[in-house]
Design a protein around this ligand. Structure first.
Ligand code: ADP
Ligand code: MG
Length: 652
């Protein structure tokens, strides 16, 4: 209903953001204009496409443009577009709340941020779009009408207020007009007066030159009229277009500066960092397309959430078709941003068509190969800083490709790096690992776990440490997944040290061990049998091992068993799993194990008849410590603590 003004509360974190913006000493206030222009440009793209797809849409698309208006007296700055506009509900949704992907994550981090400076840095990384206007304005008004609708919406918020007002208005021009009531000019700082023509001109040229729509502004110009005596100077107002409108991806690499590329990247990705790599591509022939891709230098907050949506934009012959064209970039390269402009697609192309389209599939294949080869180049560079940045930000995502992209598996393995027991701080490539493999070792050893410390303290590692064998330490959740499906790297099989039997011995050592085994089986045979029965609920087998040197016991899985971490991941995702029993392995040289055997041997028949509870408890404790040693969780920690306390009481 026109005329009724409603006052609504900002969502808590939106208000918090606003506060931060108002007090911001954010180093680059100029960027607010880029954000407004970027939104306007998106709105024009959307309208053009909507009008194309819906012939009945009542919207004027004859002169799509952006306009900047300044009133120095009133100190207002207006950015207007005649694009798609917003409905009232959309204004509440998109402007009133922080309807951004990754909001939850930002909110969490903002509450955690100790200082204002830390919060600002976060905002800098996150990007704040529309709200950046509050860096320079005391009050912001927005008037909008959605294409096809008759009524418009007026929205207004003052800096520092926790509420905004919203009102339906009878007549509003199609599109969106944002008016900033600028903060008072700082007499000491002319650089930040956004009513100055040269200032606005400079910002547009710097940040928004490539915008495909004309950005117009009325400028005053002094002209001289008449001759000699009659000569008079007159000030006329003239409309000028401030941007060159050249699509960046159509220009040769050498002609475009890194700064221009960076600003374009900011526009397409809605991110604020400097890209790590700029990848221009051009293909002629059967499938003609141009692409301009970016590898960011900072991972967005929402890289691992479902909300994440910005990726590669699809254009057809310069016309924007869609954001985040999933058909052009696989999930595991979702961090890649940019634009693909295809020549031979219909403007009417839909998601369904894209999924089937052979041309798109071909383009995607080439893009993927190009991105991977770029990563390979970064990795091969003398200076490793870029690669290290890349890997720390996106390594976890890239490794998802080991599962989903069998065609490029070798390449992904080759550009991946891993923590390893060979170094506390440096990562290793698989090629590096293989190069260090001693004679006689034929597998790449790894262990998965939740943290480096947990893996390093694991009993499984003992024999490998003793033998000086390198083990890869895999602690990303995705590692658990790919190791179960990738069998080898250049013919060298991956082998978990926490599964199955380990074999680190030479032929001679093996013979010795075998003899020892026989003896031990004789010595420990009865104990193992008894333990097998006593621990039947939790262990599927009890056996001796030579993989331990200092621990009394450890748990191992069969080759195809789930690891404890994978089990937890499945449970956490709500999937039901049957209880898994694992194998309990004992160290026959450990005094606890030999002691247990001696006690058992002395009271065999009573123990077998279940009449020696302290022995059964010792077995339980032994099993429990093995669970704890691998970072696992006890089923009944209270009982374990109680048994342990009783034991300690008896010995102190
Ligand atoms: P982002 O552009 O990254 O989504 P913004 O804060 O800049 O974040 O804008 C939030 C949303 O508000 C946009 O996604 C868009 O849907 C809407 N919006 C902003 N400005 C305009 C505009 N000029 N025309 C239409 N919609 C707009
Ligand atoms: Mg925006």
């Amino acid at each position: 209903m026109p005329g009724v003004t409603e006052q609504l509360e900002f969502q808590a974190e939106t208000h918090q953001l606003l506060e931060l913006m108002i007090h911001s000493v954010y180093s680059n206030k100029d960027t607010f204009l880029r954000e407004l222009i970027s939104n306007a440009s998106d709105a024009l793209d959307k309208l053009k496409l909507a009008a194309y797809q819906d012939k009945d849409l009542t919207a004027d698309t004859s002169d799509l443009h952006i306009e900047i208006d300044v009133d120095p007296e009133a100190r207002t700055l207006t950015v207007r577009d005649n694009g798609i506009g917003m409905s009232r509900a959309e204004v509440v949704d998109l402007i009133g709340t922080l309807a951004k992907s990754g909001t939850a994550e930002l909110r969490r981090k903002l509450t955690e941020a100790k200082s204002e400076a830390a919060a600002e840095e976060l905002i800098g990384q996150f990007g704040i779009g529309f709200y950046s206007t509050f860096m320079v304005a005391d009050k912001v008004e927005l008037l909008t009408r959605k294409a096809g609708e008759t009524e418009g919406t007026r929205w207004e918020a003052a800096a520092g207020s926790s509420t905004y007002t919203i009102e339906t208005v009878a007549d509003a021009p199609q599109g969106t007009t944002v008016t900033l009531h600028l903060k008072p000019a700082d007499p000491d700082d002319h650089l930040f007066d956004y009513t100055l023509e040269w200032k606005l001109r400079e910002i547009v040229r710097k940040y928004s030159d490539f915008i495909a729509w004309p950005i117009r502004m009325n400028v005053e110009r002094t002209v001289t009229e008449g001759e000699g005596e009659d000569k008079v100077e007159k000030t006329i107002v003239e409309e000028q277009v401030l941007n060159s409108q050249k699509a960046l991806w159509t220009r040769p690499r050498g002609e475009v500066s890194d700064e221009e590329y960076t600003e374009f990247y900011h526009h397409v990705s809605h991110a604020w960092d400097t890209p790590l790599e700029i990848i221009p591509m051009k293909a002629e022939g059967t499938f003609e397309y141009q692409a301009l891709l970016f590898i960011p230098s900072t991972a967005p907050f929402d890289l691992f959430t479902r909300e994440h949506k910005r990726g590669v934009q699809l254009y057809v012959r310069r016309v924007f078709i869609m954001d985040n064209c999933e058909e052009l970039m696989p999930e595991y390269l979702r961090f890649v941003k940019g634009v693909v402009d295809a020549q031979d697609l219909s403007l009417n192309v839909s998601r369904e068509i894209l999924q089937q389209d052979r041309q798109i599939q071909m383009i995607r294949k080439r893009l993927v190969r190009k991105v991977l080869s770029t990563i390979k180049d970064i990795q091969g560079a003398e200076d490793q800083t870029k690669y290290e940045t890349f890997w720390s930000q996106f390594g976890r995502v890239l490794k998802e490709g080991l599962l989903s992209d069998a065609d490029n598996r070798e390449t992904i393995l080759a550009v991946s790096s891993f923590a390893s027991t060979a170094s506390d701080s440096e990562l290793t490539t698989l090629a590096g690992y293989v190069e260090r493999m001693p004679e006689g070792q034929d597998a790449i050893y790894y262990m998965t776990g939740e943290s480096r410390a947990q893996v390093e303290n694991s009993p499984h590692l003992e024999a490998f440490k003793a033998k000086g064998r390198e083990v890869l330490i895999l602690t990303d959740p995705v590692d658990e997944m790919w190791v179960s499906s990738v069998t080898d790297f250049e013919g060298k099989p991956f082998k978990s040290i926490a599964k199955g039997e380990v074999d680190l011995e030479t032929e001679d050592e093996k013979k010795e061990t075998e003899a020892l085994r026989e003896q031990q089986d004789k010595d420990f045979g009865d104990l193992l049998k008894w333990l097998g029965t006593t621990l039947d609920d939790v262990a599927k087998e009890v056996r001796l091992t030579n993989r331990l040197t200092t621990s009394p016991a450890c748990l191992v899985g069969d080759v195809f068993d789930f690891t404890p971490m994978l089990e937890r991941m499945y449970r956490a995702s709500g999937q039901a799993l049957p209880e898994q029993k694992r194998i309990l392995e004992l160290n026959p040289t450990h005094p606890l194990v030999t002691g247990l055997r001696d006690s058992y041997d002395a009271r065999k028949s009573d123990a077998d008849a279940g009449k020696v509870p302290e022995l059964a408890e010792a077995a339980e404790l032994l099993y429990g410590t093995a669970v704890l040693a691998e970072g696992g969780e006890l089923k009944d920690p209270a009982r374990f603590a109680q048994l342990l306390t009783e034991r300690l009481t008896r010995t102190v």
